[in-house]
Design a protein around this ligand. Structure first.
Ligand code: PLP
Length: 394
């Protein structure tokens, strides 16, 4: 029954899910407290108080019509609030017509890609990357072009990008703070990238859209700043979601914000609203649009994530693991002790450690730890990381 395409894709679709399922198996054998499952980026937090309050308010309120269809772009009042927030942060002038409410970042990315891609158009993704990008691009007839980042700090490599931007390049996806490295791309690097893209656009008489996927923009440490993409790139959109910042990934709520400087911006937004409708989302979940509209200043407690990051980073580097210190998100991406990261993560299973191979993010020789698990589990896992390291340190 399945198409050949889907048949082929599910075979290689997700290391993360494979590890998660292996975790369920190990828990049955050894008991939950003996298994250290760092496989899935699923926040273990409850949503902040503002979300709980708003949920009760809208659930209990008896104003009519709150479960009906609406404009495909979403509730105007919520879009206006988000536009004002982005305007204040970026110094640009956005209004509700620049915002489309989306079903999480995943929904938003599919809408943007569907709206811009002609068959065979290329989309650059920087490795390591969130693996679903490849499938989203292919969903809409595009061709992913994987470009490595600088291996010492995971910053975009201008040299590598320069070689890979062709006349068919339609978009570049950026993700900072990054999944899986936690790295925040520096403003200076992004400005150089903006110059490079402008040069290429001029040379090829093309337009290249920067799609900034930012679900971790509110999970940053030590007062790190996430550069304002809309200020740096004229041809840009932000795709954001509240999945991580408000710990509500199951509710599927986020937005697309469009740079007002894009030529024919109204037509562009209309194209995306059409794509949103015809992809079958119709509109983003109604109740949660209202709830996030009331919770724009709220965010999960990043101090607890920071405590976990600091502990894990210090312990692992003391054990001999090499790792770039993340400035945001809730992942560590250390080097595996051997180039074969798949073998490495298989060996980790012996100690009930569930890690995701870097190969799953287009970056072999590394592995990802998702530390959105309780502190106790993290503490208890250190002897397992030690035993694993000792296998290779011989
Ligand atoms: N982009 C990145 C980089 C992610 O890590 C994730 C989820 O883990 C998503 C997008 C999808 O987020 P959402 O749940 O908002 O669709």
């Amino acid at each position: 029954m399945l198409s050949q395409n889907i048949h082929d894709k599910i075979a290689k679709s997700s290391w993360i899910r494979a590890m998660f399922e292996e975790g369920a198996r190990l828990r049955q054998i050894h008991g939950a407290d003996k298994v250290y499952d760092f496989s899935l980026g699923n926040p273990d937090y409850e949503p902040p108080a503002e979300v709980q309050t708003a949920l009760r308010k809208y659930a209990n309120g008896d104003e009519p019509g709150k479960h009906r269809y609406m404009s495909n772009a979403g509730y105007p009042d919520v879009r206006e609030k988000i536009a004002q927030q982005i305007s204040a942060e970026s110094g640009l002038e956005l209004n509700q017509n620049h915002i489309i409410m989306a079903s999480g970042a995943a929904g938003g990315l599919n809408v943007v890609l569907k709206s811009i891609l002609n068959p065979g158009d290329e989309v650059i993704v920087l490795a390591p990357f969130f693996v679903e990008y490849l499938f989203y691009i292919e969903n809409h007839g595009g061709k992913p072009v994987v470009v490595p980042t600088n291996p010492n700090n995971f910053e975009p490599s201008l040299e590598a990008l320069e070689k890979n931007i062709t006349p068919r390049c339609k978009a570049v996806i950026l993700n900072s703070p990054n999944n899986p490295t936690g790295v925040i791309y520096r403003e200076e690097t992004l400005r150089q990238l903006a110059d490079l893209l402008a040069c290429k656009e001029q040379k090829y008489q093309s337009e290249i859209l920067v799609i900034s996927d930012e679900p971790y923009s509110k999970i940053v440490y030590d007062q790190a700043e996430v550069p304002q993409i809309l200020k740096i790139f004229k041809h840009s959109v932000i795709v954001n979601s509240y999945s991580k910042s408000l710990a509500i990934p199951g509710e599927r709520i986020g937005y697309i914000a469009v740079n007002p400087a894009i030529a024919d911006v109204e037509l562009f937004v209309n194209g995306m609203i059409f794509a949103h409708r015809t992809l079958g989302f119709v509109n983003a979940p109604a109740l949660f649009q209202k709830i996030v509209g009331d919770s724009l200043d709220a965010a999960v407690d990043t101090e607890e994530y920071k405590r976990r990051r600091d502990f894990l980073y210090e312990q692992l580097t003391a054990l001999g693991y090499f790792c770039v210190k993340p400035e945001g998100a809730f992942y560590l991406f250390p080097r595996s002790f051997i180039p074969d990261d798949i073998e490495f993560t298989k060996r980790a299973l012996k100690y009930n450690l569930l890690l995701v191979p870097g190969t799953g993010f287009g970056c072999p020789g590394h592995f990802r730890i998702a530390y959105c698990v309780d502190f106790q589990t993290i503490q208890n896992s250190i002897p397992a990381f030690k035993a694993l390291a000792e296998e290779f340190q011989g």
